[in-house]
Write a protein that binds this ligand. Structure first.
Ligand code: NAP
Length: 327
């Protein structure tokens, strides 16, 4: 049986792995088969991670985190957890390959998944003009007219990045003010290729075989109009990935995993959670990394207490045996 298994390989998962490995807990990191490295793998330049004054590419940062965890003895598996059982003292983690791993402690750092608008055309035209990842798909839109939906940092980042390829990028936002940080707003607003479509939501995605446009509905007066497009990038935020723990761990009203105060302790002893899956507010690479640290330290304390309790129980058992032998 393992001491600790970490599910997830974003900044939270790998930072937890670095700390757990340095504490000689030989953690197993289940890194996912397709999304290893987490969301930063789909990012370009990361400018706000301390220690990199010239910025660093998201994938390069994740490679460094993984190398650092492995250097201290973390084992990384490229597989997906399909089932997590947290009842009792032995937690079991079942992987897509069918392998079952056991551990005394589990750290859930499963991050979050792209939010969808919820339109029929979104699924149908996914990969045919609808995308959630500019760095993955931007290249296919050279000299095309595209739009990004959203008003946060992700939408600004995606729109700015997409101007490298597209001839024009609309940003469709349901308000007349943005949620994005000042620097990201200014960057997008000063880009000649970007045009903002304010107070509008996407009511329908048009096109049979590929995206040909969207139907926009005004959030002010409900009027509708069509906008011709070759592609649509959805950047409206993320939802915590909690499918593995539905029914077994308590969740908050925001849908994140409930943790006890500033700790990473969930509603089940021996199960800890870190990163975007517990954070509805800050959701930065560096806060996720900090939260991974907390989880590893909490797991370490939990395991140490467990060991002490076992030693005490062994001692009592020995004493009882001695008493029985003497009697
Ligand atoms: P976000 O900050 O939650 O913004 C989501 C945006 O999408 C909001 O403007 C929201 O509109 C809009 N939206 C949500 N649901 C919608 C729907 N159904 N239809 C239309 N619009 C919808 O999400 P995010 O931009 O992904 O950013 C998440 C976190 O990551 C933030 O903390 C952000 O700072 C961080 N981040 C940082 C960077 C960076 O620093 N380089 C880059 C990307 C992300 P309302 O404004 O009306 O709510």
């Amino acid at each position: 049986m393992r001491q600790v298994i970490i599910i997830g390989s974003g900044p939270a998962g790998y930072t937890a792995a670095i700390y757990a490995a340095r504490a000689n807990l030989a953690p197993l990191v289940v890194a996912s088969s397709v999304e290893a490295g987490g969301e930063l793998m789909n990012t370009t330049e990361v400018e706000n991670f301390p220690g990199f004054p010239d910025g660093i590419q998201g994938p390069a940062l994740m490679e460094k985190m993984q190398a650092q965890a492995e250097k201290f003895g973390a084992e990384v598996l490229y597989d997906d957890v399909v089932e997590l059982s947290v009842e009792g003292p032995v937690k079991t983690v079942t992987l897509g390959s069918g392998a079952v791993h056991e551990a005394a402690a589990v750290i859930v750092a499963t991050g979050s998944a792209y939010r969808k608008i919820g339109l029929e055309g979104e699924e149908r035209l996914s990969g045919r003009g609808v995308s959630w990842c500019a760095t993955c798909d931007g290249f296919f839109f050279r000299d095309r007219v595209i739009a990004v939906v959203g008003g946060g940092d992700s939408a600004m980042e995606e729109a700015t990045f997409l101007t490298r390829f597209a001839s024009k990028v609309y940003v469709i936002h349901r308000r007349d003010t943005l949620k994005a940080s000042k620097i990201m707003q200014e960057r997008a607003m000063s880009n000649d290729k970007i045009e903002f479509v304010w107070n509008a939501e996407v009511a329908d995605i048009l096109g049979d075989e590929a995206v040909s446009g969207v139907l926009l509905r005004s959030t002010v007066d409900d009027s509708t109009r069509e906008l011709a497009l070759d592609g649509l990038f959805v950047a409206i935020g993320n939802d915590p990935r909690t499918h593995l723990v539905h029914g077994s761990l308590d969740l908050t009203a925001d849908g994140t995993i409930w943790v006890d105060g500033r700790s990473s302790r969930t509603s089940v002893a021996g199960v800890f959670a870190a990163g975007d899956v517990v954070d509805p507010t800050y959701r930065q690479a560096v806060t996720a990394a900090g939260s991974g640290t907390v989880a590893a330290l909490d797991a370490e304390h939990f395991l140490a207490a467990l060991e002490q309790a076992e030693e005490k129980a062994d001692l009592h058992a020995d004493e009882r045996d001695d008493d029985a032998a003497a009697a």
